[in-house]
Design a binder for this molecule. Structure first.
Ligand code: SF4
Length: 465
């Protein structure tokens, strides 16, 4: 047993984290930046951080993830990284020619206290930023927050640097009819699904960030450093003239949406991530309020999802589930599981934030008595394993790091969230919307029935279940 030292007795900790249920802030900033068209993320710190962040994204998305680094050495660690960043900006535009450089900091540059806006201003004054090109930044020290908050602050930076409330030209009136969608940290297939739903409801949209056709770009035979996907800087600028914003997932998306509301007076609606019927209904209702019309095809799609759920409900009823991962995913997934008749009894996120407790309490109400919900530093995989050892569950839902618990405790694992390092295909199928609901139900059901087939004695081994 790989985790044989985990004991069922929980000793409350105030400082130590063992196998965190989160990862570095800069990874989220890097992923968000990839959702801008023609953008090269830049890690302002040492090479080691950048390599780790790139490799984690590369292993999850199975695509080469590009990022530059300020390559701090001993000198920059002592005297600051201004000279490195100035030289990097100049070299990057000269050699790699991106439209946008998105700089994020690391623990090291934050501890030194490098003033990134001042360095960007100096790069402008020194003529290192070509006309029509942009350098944006987000502060992402990893001794606070998580990859989700890193994603959130880089998405907010897109608003701060690009969004403008401006007078529209005679042929630009249609831009005022668009809606902004901030979908949060989801898979490229989810961005595509969100755009499909919005378009099916007859709305034009600006979706940002948008990593579809960037981290899942098709193989064409020739390498493209900047694939065709991503939100353009022109569209990011015009988020400021859209008629409304929907933020999907408060933790990852609310910062950008509220910034846009403050900066450009675009009204923001903060929603939960549309996982499952209920949360997708809320998203569709928000789009209706913004002028969308529900087509018959979407009604039928919802009907198919509801039909599937009612067909298989008996396999789900009363099942105990342990979940870990990102707050936005966990809140919507928990609600969905409860609606399916299951009981999310342990819900853990390493991403700190008191709002999570409040949101989970709203979802749980009194429907899952004695559920353990925990966020922050001590909400880690070790604690999750201890809970499971005390009283086991029927299903695990979370990222790859749960495979050790799954193996030791012999519990089925649904890989969901970030990172998934040991499977392929997760980037290609949505889990958002009604289509995503169908996929999730199918995957959960297969896990339960595979287990039933494996464990059934011959006399009760059935061809049809
Ligand atoms: S925790 Fe800090 S130092 Fe370590 S990889 Fe992340 S950003 Fe770099």
């Amino acid at each position: 047993m790989l985790l044989r030292h985990t004991t069922p007795e929980v000793a409350e900790r105030s400082a130590l984290t063992v196998n965190p249920a989160k990862t570095c802030q800069p990874i989220g900033a890097m992923y968000a930046a990839l959702g801008i068209h023609g953008c090269l993320p830049h890690s302002h710190g040492s090479q080691g951080c950048c390599s780790y962040h790139r490799s984690t994204l590369t292993r999850h998305y199975k695509e080469p993830i590009m990022s530059a680094t300020s390559s701090f050495t001993e000198g920059s660690s002592v005297f600051g990284g201004q000279a490195n960043l100035l030289e990097a900006v100049s070299t990057i535009f000269h050699v790699y020619d991106p439209e946008v450089i998105a700089v994020h900091t690391t623990c090291l540059s934050e501890t030194i206290g490098d003033d990134i806006p001042q360095i960007i201003q100096k790069a402008k004054e020194d003529g290192k930023i070509p006309e029509g090109k942009f350098v944006i930044h987000a502060n992402t020290p990893s001794y606070e927050g998580s990859h989700v908050t890193g994603f959130a602050v880089m998405t907010r930076a897109m608003v701060r640097y690009f969004a403008v409330k401006r007078e529209l030209g005679a042929d630009e009136g249609w831009k005022a009819e668009r809606v902004n969608i901030v979908p949060g940290w989801v898979e490229p297939a989810d961005y595509r699904e969100v755009k499909r739903i919005v378009a099916a409801m007859g709305l034009k949209s600006v979706v940002f960030p948008d990593t579809s056709d960037v981290v899942d770009a098709p193989k064409t035979g020739s390498y493209q450093m900047y694939p065709k996907g991503g939100t353009t800087s022109a569209d990011l600028r015009d988020t400021g003239v859209s008629k409304a914003t929907s933020a999907l997932g408060p933790t990852a998306s609310a910062l950008a949406a509220t910034e846009l509301e403050t900066q450009c007076k675009v009204p923001a609606k903060i929603l939960e991530l549309p996982i499952g019927i209920r949360a997708t209904d809320a998203f569709v209702a928000a789009l209706i309020a913004q002028g969308g019309v529900v087509p018959e095809s979407l009604v039928e799609e919802r009907g198919r999802a509801v039909d599937l759920i009612s067909d298989v409900q008996q396999y789900f009823y009363g099942k105990r589930v342990a979940l870990w991962g990102d707050p936005d995913q966990l809140v919507s997934l928990s609600e969905f599981l409860i609606d399916l008749g299951m009981r999310p009894v342990y819900v853990i996120t390493g991403t700190p934030g008191k709002q999570f407790d409040r949101r989970m309490a709203t979802i749980m109400a009194d429907r899952v008595p004695a559920a353990v919900v925990r966020q922050g530093q001590t909400a880690d995989m070790f604690y999750m394993h201890q809970l499971i050892k005390r009283e086991t569950v029927d299903l695990l839902i979370g990222n790859t790091y749960g495979k050790y618990i799954a193996r030791d405790e012999d519990i089925p694992l649904l890989r969901h969230g970030f990172p998934i390092l040991d499977r392929q295909g997760h980037a290609h199928f949505p889990t958002l919307g009604y289509a995503g609901t169908i996929r999730l139900v199918e995957k959960i059901l297969s896990l339960f029935l595979d287990r039933k087939d494996r464990d059934s004695p011959e006399r009760s081994f059935e061809l049809t279940l």
